[in-house]
Design a protein around this ligand. Structure first.
Ligand code: HEC
Ligand code: HEC
Ligand code: HEC
Length: 386
């Protein structure tokens, strides 16, 4: 029995090989002859359009099955997604109230209006497409290579987009500063007629704090109150691809040394918001955070956070006091995954972050978020807490 199958197979083999070789030769002849028109203006023939669409849909559906949705506050993340969309996606995709750039509209395929298209996909599928991009279409992958965590801000935005009016979009994409109020109050009708909105797309205050406003979401770090040396170092690291972030790398990539110097000067000079009184830790979690900040954990070989992050810290180390709980927690996770380990400074903190338990990381984040630049390294200032 097995013998007869084998002999039949042997007989058919030359035919199969011949046919495949013929097929390949035919394809090569067609390709070489140049009859196949690759002009974007010619559009795809219907059969190719069908094949490409099917291939894309199946690939997205199958590959996105392994995506796990983390526990994140999507409402809080959404404004960061809107601000990045304006800077990083609106070149190609339409935004509410703004018509699509005619140059990019002529791409094949042309970038779809996501207000209409986003609801066709699940949360996992949107994540997968924004994270990995789509081959043969011009849709790019996320620029912070290993920063999957950042992509969720865009997913949050894409989910909110279908119901978003032009004015709301402007509000989220232009930041909290009073300087942007003029742009925010631009009525939707006028706005649509005038093409691009009055936002300075590369302006830092679309996301970060100013002297009159908080960062747009707790997931964006406060820059006011940091030392110039730290700010400068961080911007150079994003610029040189030493610190990964799909939000900051494209922006810092366009800054030269002079820009970086003056921006660091500006943010270091911002007056820090008036401090609320340091509160006595009122929960076991805050108390655990305080212990860690002041004394560390000898058993786990964790030094006191304040020995490096307190008022007497080196000027090229960051301050943590007054940074939001969400940002501190997120950066500790980024550090624990080794994503900031390329620089000597990052390597120091990576070692410490990896020793922290999940609970300790949360406690430290909660504690520092309640402190506003108070001198904890100074025993007298800390006295009130004992
Ligand atoms: C250089 C132009 C370009 C940029 C920049 C761009 N996209 Fe796209 N995007 C495309 C094109 C073209 C497609 C169409 C793919 C297709 O039809 O298969 C697409 C498709 C998509 C889709 C899938 C929609 C669908 O139904 O097929 C999503 C979601 C998306 N883009 C989100 C984004 C986000 C978010 C950003 C910014 C982080 C972004 N894109 C930046 C060109 C771009
Ligand atoms: C689209 C929003 C957005 C814009 C616009 C933006 N940033 Fe950022 N910035 C972020 C986010 C989010 C982070 C945290 C990134 C990370 O995880 O490393 C960050 C981090 C930083 C840091 C590091 C802070 C720290 O504590 O380590 C500096 C410095 C910085 N940004 C400066 C700037 C400057 C200067 C500009 C303008 C030229 C700017 N940013 C524009 C969102 C933005
Ligand atoms: C030995 C010194 C040292 C100690 C102790 C230390 N850190 Fe750090 N930490 C650093 C350095 C240096 C950086 C800057 C890393 C970089 O630039 O990539 C940093 C960065 C951070 C950041 C990122 C801040 C930002 O703005 O992006 C967080 C969060 C942090 N540390 C939390 C902690 C906590 C919590 C503790 C205590 C459990 C702690 N650190 C103890 C040196 C230290």
């Amino acid at each position: 029995m097995a013998e007869s199958v084998r002999s039949r197979f042997r007989k058919l083999l030359p035919w199969a090989l011949g046919l495949s070789a013929g097929g390949i030769a035919l394809v090569l002849v067609i390709v070489y002859s140049g009859i196949f028109n690759i002009a974007a203006s010619a559009g795809h023939p219907a059969w190719l359009e069908w094949l490409l669409t099917l291939g894309k849909e199946r690939s997205v559906i199958v590959n996105s099955k392994s995506v796990d949705v983390p526990e994140l506050n999507l409402t809080e993340l959404m404004p960061l997604g809107a601000a990045h969309f304006q800077g990083g996606c609106a070149t190609c995709h339409k935004t509410p109230g703004q018509s699509i750039n005619p140059v990019y509209d002529q791409m094949l395929p042309s970038p779809p209006n996501l207000k209409v298209h986003a609801p066709m996909w699940t949360r996992e599928q949107l994540f997968w497409m924004v994270r990995h991009g789509i081959q043969f279409t011009g849709m790019p992958a996320w620029s912070g290579q290993d920063r999957d965590d950042e992509v969720w801000a865009l997913v949050a935005f894409l989910e909110a987009l279908p119901l978003m009016e032009a004015e709301d979009y402007l509000k989220y994409a232009s930041g909290n500063s009073k300087d942007n109020i003029e742009a925010k109050n631009y009525p939707a009708s006028e706005f649509a007629g005038k093409g691009r909105p009055k936002i300075n797309f590369s302006a830092c205050n679309r996301c970060h704090d100013t002297d009159d406003a908080q960062p747009i979401t707790p997931y964006v770090p406060r820059l006011g109150g940091q030392d110039k040396a730290y700010l400068k170092r961080a911007l150079h690291e994003y610029h040189n691809d030493l610190r990964q972030s799909g939000f900051m790398e494209p922006i810092a990539g366009e800054l030269d040394d002079e820009h970086i110097n003056s921006l660091a000067d500006y943010y270091a000079s911002l007056t820090v918001p008036v401090s609320k009184l340091v509160q006595r830790p009122s929960s076991p979690k805050l108390e655990q955070g305080r212990q860690l900040a002041q004394y560390g954990d000898r058993l786990l070989k964790i030094p006191a956070c304040l020995s490096c992050h307190g008022a007497n810290k080196r000027s090229d180390y960051p301050r943590l006091a007054g940074q939001s709980e969400q940002y501190i927690r997120q950066q500790l996770q980024v550090l624990r995954r080794g994503r900031r380990a390329k620089t000597p400074h990052g390597a120091i903190m990576t070692t410490i972050a990896k020793r922290l338990t999940e609970q300790q990381a949360e406690a430290a984040a909660a504690f520092f978020a309640m402190q506003i630049l108070t001198d904890y390294a100074n025993p007298k200032a800390a006295e009130g807490l004992r």
